[in-house]
Structures are given as C-alpha cells and as structure tokens.
Ligand binder design. Structure first.
Ligand SMILES: C[S@@+](CC[C@H](N)C(=O)[O-])C[C@H]1O[C@@H](n2cnc3c(N)ncnc32)[C@H](O)[C@@H]1O
Length: 252
C-alpha cells in the first residue's frame, strides 16, 4: 500500500488523471500483477498470442493501434513493431516505464487520449446525461485492438452518476465503444472479459455479467483469467473472468 501511495505521489501525471482515479487504477493493476503473476500468466500469454495471430491475419500491415495499452502486460510490443510500419499505443495515461520501453523503437508512437470522451466533463464536475459516441483517434489503422479495455471504460465515469443509473450508464459507455469500433474502416480485434465468476472449492457459486445485455457473436477463442485467487478479494472464493477474443470482430 505504501509503495503504491508513493508511486502515485511521485508519478508525474495530469492533475485530473490523478484526481479522478485513473492513475490509481493503473498502479493497482501493476501491483496486483506483481503479487499474482503466476495466476495471470496464462491470460497474459494468450492475449499476446491472440493479438499476434490477429496481426498476422491482417491483409495490410501499415498501422496497428492498441487501445488500452496500459502497462503493456498483454501487448506483444516487439513483434508488432517488427510486423507493422507504425504501432500506436493509446491510453488515458502512459506510465514512465512504458514511455521508456516504447522509446527503444523508432516506429512506436504514444498517444494519451480519453476513449470515452467523458473525462473533460468529469474533470470539470459535469456529467452528460448520455455517454457520447467517442471520436476514436488514429482511425485510419489497418488493425485496431481493444485490449482488455471494454470492462474498464465505465469504471470511473459510473462512479459519478447516481447509483440507480450507474449500471445503465456503464452499459451505454460500452455500447458506444463498440459502435465507435464498428465505424472504423479497418479490422477490429477485441479481447474482453464477459462474465465474472466467484469460485469456491472448484465450483462456480456466483456469476456477474460484465457487459449487461450486450450480445457479442461467438468468439474465436475463449479462456479464463484467474484474476484474484483467494484470499486476494475474498477469503474463501477465487474471482476469475471469462474472456472472449475476436480477431476480426466486424468481419472486414
Ligand atoms: C485492464 S487495463 C488493460 C491492460 C493493459 N493492456 C495492461 O497491460 O496493463 C485497462 C486500461 O484502460 C485504460 N483506460 C481506462 N479508461 C480509459 C479511457 N477513458 N480512455 C483511455 N484509456 C482508458 C486504463 O488506463 C488501463 O491502462
């Protein structure tokens, strides 16, 4: 905890990114990864492999964009930089270590952008009644990868609406992300969690949908992410996520 607090204090980041909690969430993911690396290994390897497979199937390889690149845990960075003329990493914030890593490659570019188009309003204490259709940057890519991001997009904005509206608001942010992806000219690879499962003694005893009533097609691949083996979140139950992966979601 002290380590995370210190990292938060000393990381140079825009004031709203700190105040709204985006940096805290990123630091928490990195800390949980340090603690739970063996449990996360398969998920991270499968994500990286799936992104590479999607990239290899992409008929044109000029430009690839990764949405939600974060700490690059699930990004096969070197391989993408070898395969594509241009690699663009987009996140609301790029940690200093990611900046240093990306700087080793002449064809990797970093962009800090809000992929919901809500954060400026949130920072000003305003909240629009409906989540807007976001204007996704770098839209001319041959391949855009939405990488373990869809469930994260509503996390912070939904804290700023009345509790009764939070679920519907969160689902609309996710729908708008999918609509914005569908409008892109190139291929879209999507990796997302779909269901949270609580597991006790090897049996699933509670499930929570992550994408409300959004219906996605049959995925190309699915796997389980052992996000928080007991006692990380609950003393006796493991929390794990069902992951669905699409290499060309809109069949372009
Ligand atoms: C679960 S992480 C994805 C894993 C990440 N690729 C990694 O390896 O650490 C979700 C990422 O989405 C980013 N994110 C959340 N809301 C965002 C927003 N509105 N715009 C852009 N990025 C956002 C977070 O900063 C975080 O890095």
């Amino acid at each position: 905890m002290l380590r995370e607090w210190l990292i938060h204090r000393t990381t140079p980041a825009p004031e709203p990114i700190k105040r709204l909690g985006y940096l805290k969430e990123q630091i928490a993911i990195a800390a949980r990864h340090r603690r739970l690396y063996p449990a996360w290994k398969t998920h991270l390897e499968r994500s990286r492999r799936f992104v590479l497979w999607s990239a290899a199937n992409c008929p044109v390889q000029n430009k690839v964009v990764i949405l939600g690149s974060g700490g690059l845990l699930d990004v096969p960075l070197g391989d993408l930089a070898d395969d594509f003329a241009e690699v663009v990493l987009i996140d609301i914030f790029h940690p200093p270590a990611v900046r240093a890593w990306a700087a080793q490659y002449p064809n990797i570019y970093l962009l800090e952008a809000d992929l919901t188009d809500l954060v400026d309003d949130l920072a000003d204490g305003k909240m629009p009644s409906d989540p807007p259709l976001p204007d996704l940057p770098e839209a001319d890519a041959d391949l855009v990868v939405s990488l373990n991001l869809l469930s994260q997009l509503p996390l912070i904005p939904a804290r700023h609406v009345p509790e009764k509206q939070a679920k519907a608001f969160a689902a609309e942010i996710q729908r708008q992300h999918l609509r914005a992806l569908q409008a892109l000219p190139g291929r879209v690879c999507l990796i997302t969690e779909t269901v949270r499962e609580f597991v006790e003694d090897g049996d699933v005893d509670e499930t929570e949908p992550v994408l409300a009533d959004i219906k996605l097609p049959e995925p190309d691949e699915r796997w389980i992410w052992n996000l928080a083996p007991a006692p990380e979140v609950e003393r006796a139950r493991d929390l794990r996520l069902r992951i669905a992966a699409y290499s060309n979601l809109f069949r372009k």
